[in-house]
Design a protein around this ligand. Structure first.
Ligand code: FE2
Length: 436
Protein backbone atom coordinates (compact mmCIF):
# COMPACT_ATOMS: atom_id res chain seq x y z
CA UNK A 1 0.00 0.00 0.00
CA UNK A 2 1.03 3.60 -0.55
CA UNK A 3 0.92 6.62 1.73
CA UNK A 4 -0.23 10.09 0.68
CA UNK A 5 3.10 10.89 -0.97
CA UNK A 6 3.31 7.59 -2.85
CA UNK A 7 5.72 5.80 -0.48
CA UNK A 8 5.23 2.05 -0.11
CA UNK A 9 4.11 0.99 3.36
CA UNK A 10 4.27 -2.56 4.69
CA UNK A 11 0.88 -2.89 6.37
CA UNK A 12 -2.00 -5.32 6.57
CA UNK A 13 -4.81 -2.89 7.00
CA UNK A 14 -6.00 0.11 4.90
CA UNK A 15 -6.84 1.81 8.19
CA UNK A 16 -3.12 1.74 9.05
CA UNK A 17 -2.39 3.82 5.95
CA UNK A 18 -5.15 6.21 6.91
CA UNK A 19 -3.59 6.58 10.38
CA UNK A 20 -0.11 7.17 8.93
CA UNK A 21 -1.51 9.70 6.46
CA UNK A 22 -3.42 11.63 9.10
CA UNK A 23 -0.37 11.67 11.37
CA UNK A 24 1.85 12.81 8.48
CA UNK A 25 -0.53 15.57 7.45
CA UNK A 26 -0.73 16.77 11.06
CA UNK A 27 3.03 16.85 11.50
CA UNK A 28 3.82 18.53 8.19
CA UNK A 29 0.79 20.81 8.20
CA UNK A 30 0.82 21.65 11.94
CA UNK A 31 -2.55 20.06 12.58
CA UNK A 32 -3.88 18.31 15.65
CA UNK A 33 -4.73 14.80 14.42
CA UNK A 34 -1.75 12.97 15.94
CA UNK A 35 -3.29 10.49 18.37
CA UNK A 36 -4.67 8.40 15.52
CA UNK A 37 -1.23 6.81 15.08
CA UNK A 38 -1.49 5.02 18.46
CA UNK A 39 -4.75 3.44 17.37
CA UNK A 40 -3.34 2.56 13.94
CA UNK A 41 -0.38 0.79 15.52
CA UNK A 42 -2.48 -1.01 18.12
CA UNK A 43 -4.82 -2.35 15.44
CA UNK A 44 -1.99 -3.38 13.12
CA UNK A 45 0.93 -4.16 15.45
CA UNK A 46 2.97 -5.83 12.71
CA UNK A 47 3.31 -2.51 10.84
CA UNK A 48 6.75 -1.41 11.97
CA UNK A 49 6.42 2.05 10.46
CA UNK A 50 3.19 2.89 12.29
CA UNK A 51 4.74 1.64 15.54
CA UNK A 52 7.83 3.80 15.10
CA UNK A 53 5.72 6.90 14.38
CA UNK A 54 3.70 6.12 17.50
CA UNK A 55 7.04 5.96 19.36
CA UNK A 56 7.92 9.37 17.95
CA UNK A 57 4.59 10.74 19.17
CA UNK A 58 5.39 9.34 22.61
CA UNK A 59 8.54 11.47 22.61
CA UNK A 60 6.58 14.57 21.63
CA UNK A 61 4.28 14.13 24.58
CA UNK A 62 5.14 16.02 27.72
CA UNK A 63 3.60 13.70 30.26
CA UNK A 64 5.71 11.83 32.86
CA UNK A 65 5.06 8.51 31.09
CA UNK A 66 6.25 9.74 27.67
CA UNK A 67 9.44 7.67 27.61
CA UNK A 68 7.58 4.56 28.67
CA UNK A 69 5.04 5.02 25.88
CA UNK A 70 7.78 5.74 23.33
CA UNK A 71 9.76 2.68 24.41
CA UNK A 72 6.75 0.39 24.11
CA UNK A 73 6.04 1.42 20.52
CA UNK A 74 9.70 1.53 19.48
CA UNK A 75 10.17 -2.03 20.74
CA UNK A 76 7.19 -3.07 18.63
CA UNK A 77 8.74 -1.28 15.64
CA UNK A 78 12.14 -2.93 16.11
CA UNK A 79 10.54 -6.36 16.44
CA UNK A 80 8.72 -5.97 13.12
CA UNK A 81 11.42 -4.04 11.26
CA UNK A 82 12.97 -7.10 9.55
CA UNK A 83 9.92 -7.48 7.31
CA UNK A 84 9.68 -3.77 6.52
CA UNK A 85 10.97 -2.19 3.30
CA UNK A 86 14.38 -0.53 3.07
CA UNK A 87 12.86 2.96 3.32
CA UNK A 88 10.85 2.02 6.38
CA UNK A 89 13.89 0.41 8.00
CA UNK A 90 15.98 3.56 7.53
CA UNK A 91 13.22 5.75 8.92
CA UNK A 92 12.74 3.43 11.89
CA UNK A 93 16.50 3.53 12.47
CA UNK A 94 16.42 7.34 12.39
CA UNK A 95 13.58 7.59 14.89
CA UNK A 96 15.14 4.99 17.17
CA UNK A 97 18.49 6.81 17.03
CA UNK A 98 16.74 10.05 18.05
CA UNK A 99 15.09 8.23 20.92
CA UNK A 100 18.50 7.02 22.05
CA UNK A 101 20.03 10.49 21.78
CA UNK A 102 22.21 9.63 18.78
CA UNK A 103 21.22 12.70 16.78
CA UNK A 104 24.17 12.45 14.42
CA UNK A 105 23.05 9.04 13.28
CA UNK A 106 19.42 10.14 13.06
CA UNK A 107 20.27 13.07 10.80
CA UNK A 108 22.46 10.84 8.66
CA UNK A 109 19.49 8.49 8.14
CA UNK A 110 17.15 11.35 7.26
CA UNK A 111 19.71 12.65 4.75
CA UNK A 112 20.05 9.22 3.22
CA UNK A 113 16.28 8.96 2.87
CA UNK A 114 16.12 12.38 1.22
CA UNK A 115 18.53 11.17 -1.46
CA UNK A 116 17.29 7.60 -1.95
CA UNK A 117 13.58 8.09 -1.24
CA UNK A 118 12.78 11.74 -1.95
CA UNK A 119 9.02 11.05 -1.86
CA UNK A 120 9.36 10.66 1.91
CA UNK A 121 8.43 14.19 2.92
CA UNK A 122 7.67 13.19 6.50
CA UNK A 123 11.28 12.14 6.98
CA UNK A 124 12.45 15.51 5.65
CA UNK A 125 10.20 17.33 8.10
CA UNK A 126 11.48 15.30 11.05
CA UNK A 127 15.08 15.70 9.89
CA UNK A 128 14.65 19.45 9.51
CA UNK A 129 13.34 19.66 13.06
CA UNK A 130 16.42 17.85 14.38
CA UNK A 131 18.69 20.19 12.41
CA UNK A 132 16.73 23.21 13.68
CA UNK A 133 17.23 22.14 17.28
CA UNK A 134 20.98 21.95 16.68
CA UNK A 135 21.23 25.30 14.90
CA UNK A 136 22.12 23.47 11.68
CA UNK A 137 20.55 25.80 9.10
CA UNK A 138 22.57 24.30 6.29
CA UNK A 139 21.26 20.82 7.04
CA UNK A 140 17.73 22.13 7.13
CA UNK A 141 17.96 23.66 3.67
CA UNK A 142 19.94 20.73 2.27
CA UNK A 143 17.17 18.29 3.20
CA UNK A 144 14.48 20.39 1.52
CA UNK A 145 16.63 20.95 -1.57
CA UNK A 146 17.10 17.21 -2.11
CA UNK A 147 13.38 16.51 -2.40
CA UNK A 148 11.85 19.66 -3.86
CA UNK A 149 12.09 18.30 -7.41
CA UNK A 150 9.82 15.41 -6.42
CA UNK A 151 7.30 17.67 -4.67
CA UNK A 152 6.85 20.59 -7.05
CA UNK A 153 3.08 20.56 -6.50
CA UNK A 154 3.23 20.16 -2.73
CA UNK A 155 2.88 23.44 -0.87
CA UNK A 156 4.41 22.04 2.33
CA UNK A 157 7.65 21.12 0.54
CA UNK A 158 8.02 24.71 -0.66
CA UNK A 159 7.23 25.93 2.87
CA UNK A 160 9.94 23.69 4.33
CA UNK A 161 12.41 24.94 1.76
CA UNK A 162 11.37 28.57 2.35
CA UNK A 163 12.26 28.39 6.04
CA UNK A 164 15.60 26.72 5.28
CA UNK A 165 16.38 29.45 2.75
CA UNK A 166 15.44 32.15 5.24
CA UNK A 167 17.63 30.76 8.00
CA UNK A 168 20.49 30.55 5.48
CA UNK A 169 19.84 34.25 4.70
CA UNK A 170 18.72 33.71 1.11
CA UNK A 171 15.93 36.13 1.88
CA UNK A 172 14.50 36.88 -1.56
CA UNK A 173 14.40 33.23 -2.58
CA UNK A 174 12.84 32.40 0.78
CA UNK A 175 10.02 34.88 0.32
CA UNK A 176 9.45 33.66 -3.21
CA UNK A 177 9.21 30.04 -2.03
CA UNK A 178 6.90 31.02 0.84
CA UNK A 179 4.59 32.97 -1.44
CA UNK A 180 4.59 30.12 -3.95
CA UNK A 181 3.69 27.63 -1.21
CA UNK A 182 0.85 29.87 -0.05
CA UNK A 183 -0.42 30.22 -3.62
CA UNK A 184 -0.53 26.42 -3.92
CA UNK A 185 -2.29 26.04 -0.58
CA UNK A 186 -3.56 28.97 1.41
CA UNK A 187 -3.53 26.94 4.60
CA UNK A 188 0.27 26.57 4.77
CA UNK A 189 1.10 28.13 8.14
CA UNK A 190 4.81 27.25 7.92
CA UNK A 191 5.07 29.23 4.68
CA UNK A 192 3.27 32.20 6.28
CA UNK A 193 5.80 31.86 9.04
CA UNK A 194 8.83 31.72 6.70
CA UNK A 195 7.71 34.91 4.94
CA UNK A 196 7.22 36.60 8.32
CA UNK A 197 10.83 35.74 9.16
CA UNK A 198 12.00 37.38 5.95
CA UNK A 199 9.96 40.52 6.62
CA UNK A 200 11.25 40.75 10.18
CA UNK A 201 14.86 40.27 9.11
CA UNK A 202 14.43 43.00 6.50
CA UNK A 203 12.66 45.32 8.96
CA UNK A 204 9.50 45.39 6.80
CA UNK A 205 7.17 45.80 9.74
CA UNK A 206 4.08 47.01 7.88
CA UNK A 207 4.44 44.25 5.26
CA UNK A 208 4.76 41.73 8.07
CA UNK A 209 1.61 42.92 9.81
CA UNK A 210 -0.40 42.88 6.56
CA UNK A 211 0.90 39.47 5.49
CA UNK A 212 0.28 37.78 8.80
CA UNK A 213 -3.13 39.42 9.37
CA UNK A 214 -4.19 38.41 5.87
CA UNK A 215 -3.49 34.74 6.58
CA UNK A 216 -4.23 34.54 10.29
CA UNK A 217 -7.68 33.00 9.75
CA UNK A 218 -5.89 29.85 8.55
CA UNK A 219 -4.15 29.29 11.91
CA UNK A 220 -7.33 28.63 13.85
CA UNK A 221 -7.21 24.85 13.33
CA UNK A 222 -3.44 24.59 13.79
CA UNK A 223 -1.78 22.94 16.76
CA UNK A 224 -0.95 25.21 19.65
CA UNK A 225 2.72 25.62 18.68
CA UNK A 226 1.96 26.95 15.19
CA UNK A 227 -1.00 29.03 16.32
CA UNK A 228 0.84 30.75 19.14
CA UNK A 229 4.11 31.03 17.23
CA UNK A 230 2.58 32.77 14.22
CA UNK A 231 0.72 35.19 16.51
CA UNK A 232 4.03 35.68 18.36
CA UNK A 233 5.59 36.71 15.03
CA UNK A 234 2.80 39.19 14.42
CA UNK A 235 3.32 40.59 17.93
CA UNK A 236 7.03 41.11 17.14
CA UNK A 237 6.15 43.40 14.23
CA UNK A 238 4.04 45.55 16.57
CA UNK A 239 6.71 45.46 19.25
CA UNK A 240 9.49 46.57 16.91
CA UNK A 241 7.19 49.29 15.60
CA UNK A 242 6.77 50.44 19.22
CA UNK A 243 3.06 49.67 19.28
CA UNK A 244 3.43 47.99 22.65
CA UNK A 245 -0.25 47.89 23.48
CA UNK A 246 -1.04 45.85 20.36
CA UNK A 247 1.80 43.46 21.18
CA UNK A 248 0.57 43.06 24.77
CA UNK A 249 -2.98 42.57 23.53
CA UNK A 250 -1.79 39.73 21.28
CA UNK A 251 -0.05 38.18 24.28
CA UNK A 252 -3.31 38.21 26.22
CA UNK A 253 -5.64 37.26 23.40
CA UNK A 254 -3.57 34.92 21.18
CA UNK A 255 -0.04 33.99 22.22
CA UNK A 256 -0.83 32.91 25.75
CA UNK A 257 -4.25 31.39 25.34
CA UNK A 258 -3.97 27.91 23.86
CA UNK A 259 -2.19 25.14 25.75
CA UNK A 260 -0.51 26.75 28.73
CA UNK A 261 1.02 23.44 29.78
CA UNK A 262 2.87 22.96 26.48
CA UNK A 263 6.56 23.81 26.07
CA UNK A 264 6.31 25.77 22.84
CA UNK A 265 3.38 27.86 24.03
CA UNK A 266 5.36 28.70 27.14
CA UNK A 267 8.45 29.63 25.11
CA UNK A 268 6.48 31.97 22.84
CA UNK A 269 4.95 33.60 25.91
CA UNK A 270 8.27 33.94 27.78
CA UNK A 271 9.98 35.35 24.73
CA UNK A 272 7.30 37.97 24.09
CA UNK A 273 6.89 39.02 27.70
CA UNK A 274 10.64 39.35 28.17
CA UNK A 275 11.04 41.49 25.05
CA UNK A 276 8.18 43.73 26.13
CA UNK A 277 9.82 44.21 29.50
CA UNK A 278 13.21 44.98 27.92
CA UNK A 279 11.40 47.60 25.84
CA UNK A 280 10.21 49.18 29.08
CA UNK A 281 6.63 47.93 29.13
CA UNK A 282 4.99 47.23 32.49
CA UNK A 283 3.63 43.70 32.10
CA UNK A 284 1.88 43.61 35.47
CA UNK A 285 1.61 40.24 37.16
CA UNK A 286 1.92 38.22 33.94
CA UNK A 287 5.25 36.66 34.94
CA UNK A 288 3.73 35.24 38.10
CA UNK A 289 0.86 33.70 36.17
CA UNK A 290 3.19 32.32 33.48
CA UNK A 291 5.65 30.92 36.05
CA UNK A 292 2.84 28.91 37.64
CA UNK A 293 2.60 26.89 34.43
CA UNK A 294 6.36 26.61 33.88
CA UNK A 295 6.87 25.41 37.44
CA UNK A 296 4.21 22.73 36.97
CA UNK A 297 6.20 21.19 34.08
CA UNK A 298 7.88 17.83 34.24
CA UNK A 299 11.35 19.21 33.56
CA UNK A 300 13.16 16.79 31.26
CA UNK A 301 16.23 18.75 30.10
CA UNK A 302 16.00 17.61 26.51
CA UNK A 303 16.43 20.95 24.76
CA UNK A 304 18.87 23.64 25.90
CA UNK A 305 16.95 26.38 24.07
CA UNK A 306 13.85 25.68 26.16
CA UNK A 307 15.58 25.21 29.49
CA UNK A 308 17.46 28.49 29.22
CA UNK A 309 14.20 30.39 28.91
CA UNK A 310 12.38 28.37 31.56
CA UNK A 311 15.20 29.38 33.91
CA UNK A 312 14.40 33.04 33.44
CA UNK A 313 10.65 32.54 33.77
CA UNK A 314 11.09 30.61 37.02
CA UNK A 315 13.50 33.18 38.42
CA UNK A 316 11.33 36.10 37.35
CA UNK A 317 8.23 34.42 38.80
CA UNK A 318 10.15 33.60 42.01
CA UNK A 319 9.74 29.84 41.75
CA UNK A 320 12.99 29.16 43.58
CA UNK A 321 12.60 25.47 44.27
CA UNK A 322 11.66 24.59 40.69
CA UNK A 323 14.45 26.81 39.40
CA UNK A 324 16.96 24.96 41.53
CA UNK A 325 15.66 21.65 40.21
CA UNK A 326 15.92 22.86 36.61
CA UNK A 327 19.46 24.14 37.08
CA UNK A 328 20.56 20.89 38.70
CA UNK A 329 19.23 19.01 35.68
CA UNK A 330 21.06 21.37 33.31
CA UNK A 331 24.22 21.00 35.33
CA UNK A 332 23.99 17.21 34.98
CA UNK A 333 23.52 17.50 31.21
CA UNK A 334 27.06 18.90 30.94
CA UNK A 335 28.22 15.35 31.59
CA UNK A 336 25.21 13.20 30.80
CA UNK A 337 24.02 14.65 27.47
CA UNK A 338 24.72 12.83 24.20
CA UNK A 339 28.16 13.62 22.79
CA UNK A 340 26.83 15.94 20.10
CA UNK A 341 25.13 18.31 22.55
CA UNK A 342 27.27 17.91 25.68
CA UNK A 343 29.50 20.88 24.94
CA UNK A 344 26.46 23.00 24.11
CA UNK A 345 25.05 22.35 27.57
CA UNK A 346 28.44 23.03 29.17
CA UNK A 347 29.64 26.06 27.24
CA UNK A 348 26.39 27.72 26.28
CA UNK A 349 23.12 26.58 27.84
CA UNK A 350 24.14 26.21 31.47
CA UNK A 351 26.11 29.48 31.76
CA UNK A 352 23.40 31.29 29.77
CA UNK A 353 20.68 29.98 32.09
CA UNK A 354 22.68 31.20 35.08
CA UNK A 355 23.12 34.53 33.32
CA UNK A 356 19.36 34.79 32.80
CA UNK A 357 18.75 34.11 36.47
CA UNK A 358 21.22 36.90 37.24
CA UNK A 359 19.25 39.13 34.84
CA UNK A 360 16.05 38.38 36.77
CA UNK A 361 17.93 39.35 39.95
CA UNK A 362 19.18 42.59 38.33
CA UNK A 363 22.80 41.47 38.69
CA UNK A 364 23.95 42.75 35.33
CA UNK A 365 27.69 42.46 35.91
CA UNK A 366 27.19 38.76 36.46
CA UNK A 367 25.11 38.52 33.26
CA UNK A 368 27.96 40.08 31.31
CA UNK A 369 30.50 37.72 32.87
CA UNK A 370 28.47 34.58 32.21
CA UNK A 371 26.88 35.37 28.87
CA UNK A 372 29.99 36.91 27.28
CA UNK A 373 31.85 33.66 26.55
CA UNK A 374 28.64 31.81 25.57
CA UNK A 375 27.40 34.49 23.21
CA UNK A 376 29.45 33.51 20.17
CA UNK A 377 28.06 29.97 20.27
CA UNK A 378 24.39 30.65 20.89
CA UNK A 379 23.34 29.33 17.49
CA UNK A 380 24.18 25.84 18.70
CA UNK A 381 21.31 25.82 21.19
CA UNK A 382 18.88 25.79 18.27
CA UNK A 383 15.92 28.04 17.61
CA UNK A 384 15.68 30.58 14.82
CA UNK A 385 17.65 33.79 14.35
CA UNK A 386 14.51 35.73 15.32
CA UNK A 387 14.09 33.69 18.50
CA UNK A 388 17.73 34.03 19.47
CA UNK A 389 17.63 37.78 18.94
CA UNK A 390 16.11 37.84 22.43
CA UNK A 391 19.50 36.75 23.80
CA UNK A 392 21.20 39.60 21.95
CA UNK A 393 18.68 42.05 23.44
CA UNK A 394 19.43 40.65 26.88
CA UNK A 395 23.15 41.11 26.23
CA UNK A 396 22.80 44.73 25.13
CA UNK A 397 20.46 45.55 28.01
CA UNK A 398 22.92 44.03 30.47
CA UNK A 399 25.86 45.95 29.01
CA UNK A 400 23.92 49.20 29.38
CA UNK A 401 22.83 48.43 32.92
CA UNK A 402 26.35 47.29 33.84
CA UNK A 403 27.70 50.61 32.62
CA UNK A 404 29.42 49.29 29.49
CA UNK A 405 27.65 51.90 27.41
CA UNK A 406 30.12 52.28 24.54
CA UNK A 407 30.10 48.60 23.74
CA UNK A 408 26.29 48.59 23.81
CA UNK A 409 26.12 51.62 21.54
CA UNK A 410 28.36 49.86 19.02
CA UNK A 411 25.99 46.90 18.90
CA UNK A 412 22.92 49.10 18.72
CA UNK A 413 24.45 51.10 15.88
CA UNK A 414 25.08 47.85 14.02
CA UNK A 415 21.43 46.85 14.52
CA UNK A 416 20.22 50.17 13.15
CA UNK A 417 22.62 49.96 10.20
CA UNK A 418 21.34 46.48 9.39
CA UNK A 419 17.64 47.41 9.64
CA UNK A 420 17.15 51.12 9.23
CA UNK A 421 13.37 50.97 9.45
CA UNK A 422 12.91 49.61 12.97
CA UNK A 423 11.70 52.32 15.41
CA UNK A 424 12.45 50.21 18.51
CA UNK A 425 16.16 49.89 17.68
CA UNK A 426 16.44 53.56 16.73
CA UNK A 427 14.87 54.67 20.01
CA UNK A 428 17.09 52.29 21.93
CA UNK A 429 20.23 53.67 20.26
CA UNK A 430 19.13 57.27 20.87
CA UNK A 431 18.41 56.54 24.54
CA UNK A 432 21.83 54.90 24.99
CA UNK A 433 23.59 57.78 23.27
CA UNK A 434 21.80 60.32 25.46
CA UNK A 435 23.39 58.80 28.57
CA UNK A 436 26.95 59.36 27.36
FE1 FE2 B 1 9.62 31.63 13.84
Amino acid sequence: MEDLYGNLVTAQNPKTIEGINRFTESLIGFGTDFGVIFEASDEDPSCALAASLAGLLGLFMETPDRLEIAERYFQRALKNAPVASTREQILIEALWASNCGDLEKAIKCHKRLAVEFPRDLLSVKIGQTLCFNLGDDEGMLWLADQVIGEHQDTAYAHGMRAFGLEQMSYLEEAEEAARHATSLKRREPWAHHAAAHVMLTQGRLDDGISWMMEHSDEWEGCNSFMYTHNWWHLALFYLEGEDFQSALKLYDERVWTRDKTYSEDQINAISLLWRLEIAGVDVGNRWQELAEFVSARTLINDQPFLDMQYAFALARGEKHEELEHLLQGMDAMQVRAPKLTRTVWRDVAYPAAQAFVAFANANYNRVVDLLGPARAHLQKVGGSHAQRDLFEQIWITSLLRAGQTQEAIGLLQARVNFRKTVPLDKSWLAAAQSTV
